[in-house]
Design a protein around this ligand. Structure first.
Ligand SMILES: [Zn+2]
Length: 95
């Protein structure tokens, strides 16, 4: 039974790793065309602002490609369109 739990942990983490790898290793112009039509939500983390707005996935991935820091294994933070601070975050469109 312990074996099953172990498999769950092993299967769970590569999903995140694959997403980061896609974002950081995709060649220039490698953003799928349909991303221009797919929208995703950004919610400002600044409690004084709290703005919510949508950007296309294409915009988001272009931003990530432009601002990604190779020393940091994470997607860069977005800059809020309302308050201009680095405070935006991506919210799952399905939620
Ligand atoms: Zn804001």
């Amino acid at each position: 039974m312990k074996k099953n739990a172990l498999i769950g942990v092993i299967v769970g983490s590569p999903v995140l790793a694959a997403g980061i790898t896609y974002m950081t290793s995709s060649p220039k112009g490698g953003i799928p065309k349909h991303f221009a039509q797919e929208m995703t939500w950004v919610k400002c983390r600044n409690p004084k602002c709290g703005a919510e707005y949508q950007i296309s996935k294409k915009e988001y991935f272009e931003y990530v490609e432009k601002h990604h820091d190779p020393r940091i294994p994470q997607a860069p933070s977005l800059i809020c369109q309302q308050c201009g601070h680095i405070c935006g975050t991506i919210r799952n469109p399905a939620s």
